[in-house]
Design a protein around this ligand. Structure first.
Ligand code: PLP
Length: 374
């Protein structure tokens, strides 16, 4: 199998599994328990929190372990709304469903929502976010980079605009946590999932610079400093910290390696297969993602033929796969319906090899020719 869907999920690193194992086998105590087994768990969670805080550049008490990016986004958006009880939200129109659907839920409760479109390069403009803001704006969400195109968003500028206006700014860092530092100096809230960078699924973090700005979503026991009830996932948390540490300490090397593979693939596709277009501006892209449209093809058909050859790719967001409608992200960048439907996302990771890139390219060329000749 050639796995080119690393933006959807990645393979757990052996070292991360090794770090997690003791907390699945020997140290299985509940981190809330008042005995040696509980203390072993609690200490592991405390070290994981310290590690993430020092790598991210924030305080340990600002790091909350959650189940991943979806919970992080829901908690921030709904938690700000719950405190304000009414108001206006500004989101980019290319947010992951965890933010956009949360905003639509809040709209049903009486909050007003404005979605701001990106430009054709895939990035939203800070001035358009500023224009969308109103006196009663309480919350703004712009992701650090888009999951379909990999285009990096101007979060520093947007963060400054939000700060000047006293608007809570959330940046979904699920796709960038491995590749870029977290925007702790510009955002009030940030979230990530460890399975995007060779950690375990169902585990991630929400960083809140001031927890008092957000009402907790999950009430229960005193876990996570009273902010998120429920027995903590000790092994997942240990794995998250181990994976994040590995991502941060190997960032330069991994970024360069993955970019090399991705750029080689893009070059081959754009020069050797006619009628192909890269969606989004390459200069603004994460090193890992290539979203390409293929004239005269349906992305779903390409995915199917590649799957038959053992190559795993995606047509846009994994959570939206199977949906017949074209990607909102691509259409909001100005792609036509046909062009958007013909798009395929290839996402590369550190476990991929050059040879895999070449084999995947040949399979892709064959698939596109087959579809076009039908
Ligand atoms: N945000 C972005 C940008 C994503 O790409 C994803 C997952 O693909 C999520 C949020 C949700 O992450 P999870 O499913 O781990 O909660």
């Amino acid at each position: 199998m050639i796995y080119l869907d690393n933006a959807a999920s990645t393979r757990l690193d052996d070292e991360v599994l090794t770090a997690m194992m003791p907390y699945l086998k020997e140290n299985y105590g509940n981190a809330q328990s008042q005995h040696a087994a509980g203390r072993a768990s609690a200490n592991a969670v405390m070290s994981a929190r310290d590690k993430i805080a020092s790598l991210a550049g924030c305080k340990p008490e600002e790091v909350f372990f959650v189940s991943g990016g979806t919970e992080a986004g829901n908690t921030a958006l709904k938690g700000v709304c719950a405190l304000h009880k009414k108001g206006h939200l500004v989101l980019s129109s290319i947010e992951h469903a965890s933010l956009s659907e949360s905003a639509l839920d809040m709209q049903k409760l009486g909050f007003e929502v404005t979605f701001v479109q990106p430009e054709s390069d895939g990035a939203v403009r800070a001035e358009n976010i500023a224009k969308a803001m109103r006196e009663d704006t309480i919350f703004c969400a712009v992701m650090a980079a888009n999951n379909e195109t990999g285009v990096i968003q101007p979060v520093e500028e947007i963060g400054k605009i939000c700060r000047e206006r006293g608007v809570f700014f959330y940046s979904d860092c699920v796709q960038t946590a491995a590749y870029l530092p977290l925007p702790v100096g510009f955002a009030d809230g940030m979230g990530f999932s460890s399975h995007k960078f060779y950690g375990p699924k169902g585990s991630g973090a929400l960083i809140l610079r001031n927890r008092n700005n957000v009402l907790r979503l999950i009430s229960g026991g005193m876990q996570e400093m009273g902010f998120r009830g429920g027995t903590v996932n000790t092994a997942g948390i240990v794995g998250t910290a181990a994976a994040y540490e590995r991502a941060c300490t190997s960032r330069e090397t991994v970024n360069a390696y993955v970019k090399g593979l991705r750029d080689k693939f893009i070059n081959r596709v754009l020069t050797e297969i006619a009628g192909t277009r890269l969606n989004g501006s390459l200069e603004k892209m994460l090193p890992s993602i290539a979203n390409i449209s293929f004239d005269g093809c349906d992305g779903e058909n390409i995915l199917f033929l590649l799957d038959l050859k053992g190559v795993c790719v995606s047509t846009g967001a994994a959570c939206a796969a199977g949906a017949v409608s074209p990607s909102d992200t691509l259409t909001s960048m100005g792609c036509g319906i046909k062009e958007a439907k013909s798009a395929v996302r290839f996402s590369f990771g550190k476990h991929n090899t050059e040879e895999e890139v070449d084999v995947a390219f040949e399979a892709l060329k064959f698939a596109v020719e087959k579809i076009r000749n039908n």
